[in-house]
Design a protein around this ligand. Structure first.
Ligand SMILES: [Zn+2]
Length: 144
């Protein structure tokens, strides 16, 4: 796909701007968790070599595919949320969250649901799927 690459690379500067704009919307302690991270933007629907995921986060990189079902901002916020869950949500808050999510009767883990609701709270284009008010309030009231 040689002809596709230059086009994709020209999009990187634009994506960088988008990332910065989204990080500005987050509480300072949240955006600080990914400060200095590198971004791996991919053009496929899912992460290369991983059919099941549209994004990932490790100790220094956030990878984002060009997901079909979710906007890139949603996926980006989801990955940041994994860090927030790890670093800022203590055991007491995790228990509270777990109790609140019972109403969803979801098979997803507490952490995945947290990341979905976190994205939903901060994303520009909301998804109707994640519209529980109590869960949204939990996110709003997280330590800032
Ligand atoms: Zn996740």
């Amino acid at each position: 796909m040689k002809t596709f690459k230059p086009f994709f690379e020209s999009k990187i500067a634009e994506e960088d701007k988008n990332i910065k704009a989204t990080l500005k919307k987050l509480p300072a302690r949240h955006s600080a968790l990914v400060s200095g991270f590198k971004y791996n933007f991919q053009s496929g629907n899912t992460i290369q070599g991983d059919d099941l995921h549209v994004g990932y986060i490790d100790s220094k990189t956030i990878g984002l595919a060009g997901a079909w079902n979710f906007g890139r901002e949603f996926v980006f916020l989801h990955e940041v949320a994994h860090k927030v869950w790890e670093k800022l949500v203590d055991e007491k808050l995790k228990k509270e969250w777990s109790a609140l999510t019972k109403v969803l009767k979801s098979k997803e883990s507490d952490e995945e649901l947290f990341c979905m609701y976190y994205s939903q709270h901060y994303v520009e284009t909301k998804l109707v799927k994640f519209d529980d008010k109590k869960l949204d309030n939990f996110i709003k009231d997280l330590p800032k």
